[in-house]
Design a protein around this ligand. Structure first.
Ligand code: ADP
Ligand code: MG
Length: 702
């Protein structure tokens, strides 16, 4: 839901835009921590919704468990430790006790839990029970419900537990407490935020906003969540559609662009010089882009394609078209590393054509920089690749014809500001490697035209994917060792454990120490979310340069990073990742001449269907569709599940009616009153500027 930063005023009868600091139990320190979660105002806190729920309504008494059961229990941790089995498998154990008895729980192959689960904590665990020196549960899932010092929630049966996204220094339990103490007051104020009148709502069967929020923070049962989810889904869709409708309306008014001609001197030679033929999808996308560029309107196009589908080649064509028409072309990447990668790739691709790309980044030596800047200004640099540095300083292009933006979701307002400032009439091509279904793409990027590369170049050896239980870990790690010994590189990825960074870091740190010992002959490095961008980039660079052979990581591996020598990706606790993320991770290997492997570890007896689908196909679009289909009962919210930050609540499989209704409604409103100045539309204008202000700014470019 983005941020709800407002002007803190009283209008609309609400002070929900006041800083979160003034709420009960917050204060300046906490406010800072909350800021890391994007929570700045009281309204932000109210919209900080659980990303999942634990259903404790079916909790079993520990005394009643029998081998063969599959059950959910809640108990305090009375003891814990790590045991090494004969097969060198390390098993984390904890004994849980409730009012009726106690049971041992075992997590084979997950010794890092030692650092996240503490004695005295209240744990919810679910999984199969077997007989092993007594009754033993092997939890598939577990959640820490309360800390040792927190006596609450003891007799908890019959409740649904909200689990909130958390951050370092603020556990999901602390956040829950914080929200719940403030909830009644916030909900009262939220009544003033209602933008949809009752008739409109009842046509769609949607509850009022404050009712929906109340339910999502504290549902009586899982079944209550769905209508509340739909209410927020409608809101997300409606505002997005309204933004798109207004953006299109504005574009129609001023969208004068460059009319490129069909010179084809460079583009034809480029295609002829490629060591391969364009795929059908590349041909189609290129034809669409070329048509756009030859119109006298500015191009706003999204080029979407899975990892390795050949987007760079298509982008290079568009850049060359700009160049052969006497204009410059720029490519913006989200990090220096990715910019360098593009620079190397495009330099190679364009070498035979006599086009020599330049690179501009923040960390370049001053002399080199100023020379490059001069070349950009004189027009001597026809193709320029860079990071934000391209826009942060006054980079004066002589005649910018095209801007290519890689990985759109990493950029904010800046990308369009570049268009406005650097190239008055430049075309824009946005590249995204997040494979999402067409319907979702149209919803998210409704103001952009869409080209899709839905076909991989032939002759690739697909990454071999295995989904394995804990007993296969040893074999997988030995295999990793063999690959390292042969000179290859690899990744080991650890997931979120307690929805909080600090524990992730502890888990990854523990495993890094262990793997560094095990693979002492190789350089093993750790990368995690608490490193600064510069530190992270430093580690990544050493990996790219081959100085580091094994990267142990939480999920912060750069999207798009290209290390052809990396052949192994091991993913721990794979159940905790969304399909989109798993697919992105897998895309880090199989980029060179070597056969590559991805192993996803699961902890239960049988891998969940999601992981089976993951093992079955390498097709990102198919995975994205499966992901939508397999998303549970609206019980999982948030980006983690589908990789799309803007739509936390929408379930496109189920919300077709909402999509359609919101689309029509938004068009009607914008046609009648584009500036939302009429009385009944004023609350919408306010909601847009308060809640989507940042996004709205993106559309102010002509
Ligand atoms: P993306 O940017 O979509 O991840 P790239 O453009 O980097 O993909 O292409 C990945 C690899 O495939 C590159 O090595 C590129 O040279 C190669 N490639 C691109 N198009 C084709 C094609 N039509 N046939 C064969 N190989 C191709
Ligand atoms: Mg044009």
């Amino acid at each position: 839901m983005g941020s709800h930063r407002g002007n803190g005023g009283q209008s609309g009868g609400t002070s929900l835009y006041r800083p979160v600091q003034y709420l009960r139990g917050v204060g300046p320190r906490r406010a800072e921590t909350l800021g890391r979660l994007g929570i700045r105002t009281a309204l932000d806190l109210l919209y900080h919704l659980p990303h999942r729920y634990e259903d404790a309504t079916t909790v079993a008494r520990i005394s009643s468990l029998e081998p063969g059961d599959d059950a959910t229990i809640i108990g305090r941790v009375v003891s814990k430790g790590v045991i090494r089995t004969r097969k060198a498998l390390r098993v984390f154990h904890a004994v849980l006790r409730d009012g009726t008895g106690q049971i041992e729980c075992a997590w084979p192959g997950r010794p890092w839990l030692e650092r996240s689960i503490r004695k005295g904590q209240l744990l919810l665990a679910s999984g199969p029970v077997r007989f092993y020196h007594g009754r033993q549960m092997q939890p598939r899932e577990h959640t820490i419900l309360a800390d040792e010092e927190d006596p609450a929630r003891e007799g908890t049966a019959g409740r649904v537990f909200p689990v909130y996204p958390a951050t370092e220094g603020l556990s999901h339990r602390q956040i829950r407490a914080l929200i719940h103490v403030n909830l009644p007051g916030l909900l009262r104020e939220a009544q003033a935020l209602e933008c949809f009148d009752a008739r409109w709502r009842s046509a769609l069967g949607l509850p009022a906003l404050h009712e929906a929020l109340a339910t999502l923070h504290d549902p009586a049962s899982l079944a209550d969540i769905e209508p509340a989810r739909r209410r927020l889904a409608y809101e997300e869709l409606f505002y997005l559609q309204l933004l798109h409708a207004r953006s299109r309306h504005r574009q129609r008014r001023c969208r004068e662009g460059i009319r490129f001609t069909g010179e084809n001197t460079l583009t034809t030679r480029f295609v002829e010089g490629l060591p391969f033929r364009l795929t059908g999808a590349q041909e189609r996308a290129w034809a669409e882009i070329e048509t756009d560029m030859e119109r006298d309107l500015r191009m706003y196009r999204l080029l979407q394609g899975d990892v390795g589908s050949g987007k760079t080649v298509v982008a290079a064509l568009a850049m060359l078209k700009s160049v052969e028409n006497g204009y410059q072309a720029a490519l913006m990447a989200p990090t220096e590393l990715l910019a360098e990668q593009h620079f190397r790739g495009l330099t190679g691709l364009m070498a035979d054509l006599g086009v020599r790309p330049r690179i501009l980044t923040g960390s370049m030596a001053a002399r080199h920089r100023s020379r490059t800047l001069a070349e950009i200004e004189s027009g001597g640099a026809a193709v320029v690749i860079g990071t934000h540095a391209l826009i942060q300083e006054a980079v004066g292009f002589r005649a910018l014809g095209l801007v290519v933006i890689d990985e759109q979701h990493r950029f904010g307002v800046e990308q369009r500001r570049l268009l406005r400032e650097a190239g008055e009439r430049a075309d824009a091509l946005v590249m995204s490697a997040t494979p999402i279904p067409r319907s979702l793409a149209l919803t998210l990027y409704g103001d952009l035209d869409l080209s899709v590369l839905d076909e991989l170049p032939p002759g690739r050896t697909p990454v071999r994917t295995g989904v394995r239980g804990p007993r296969s870990r040893e074999a997988a790690f030995s295999f990793l060792g063999e690959q390292l010994d042969q000179g290859r590189q690899g990744y080991v990825v650890y997931p979120l454990i307690d929805e909080s960074e600090v524990l992730d870091v502890k888990a990854a740190t523990l495993m890094h120490e262990e793997l560094a010992r095990r693979f002492a002959a190789h350089e093993v490095e750790l990368i995690h979310g608490r490193l600064t961008a510069a530190e992270r980039e430093g580690v990544m660079r050493r990996f790219v340069d081959g100085e580091v052979q094994l990267l142990v990581s939480t999920t912060v591996i750069e999207v798009g990073i290209d290390v052809p020598n990396a052949t192994v990706m091991l993913i721990e606790d794979a159940e905790r990742f969304g399909l989109a993320q798993l697919h992105q991770l897998r895309g880090r290997v199989g980029r060179g001449p070597y056969p590559s492997f991805c192993v996803a570890f699961h902890s239960g007896k049988e891998p969940p269907e999601r992981l089976q689908v993951f093992a079955r196909t390498n097709d990102g679009f198919e995975l994205a569709r499966a992901d939508l289909r397999l998303r549970g009962q609206g019980t999982f919210f948030g980006e983690r599940q589908h990789g799309v930050a803007e739509l936390r609540f929408v379930d496109l499989e189920k919300d077709g009616d909402l999509l359609e209704h919101s689309w029509h409604r938004a068009r009607e409103i914008v046609t009648e009153d584009p500036e939302l100045k009429k009385q009944p539309h004023r609350p919408l204008a306010r909601a847009l500027s308060e809640r989507y202000g940042r996004r709205e700014a993106l559309y102010e470019v002509g």
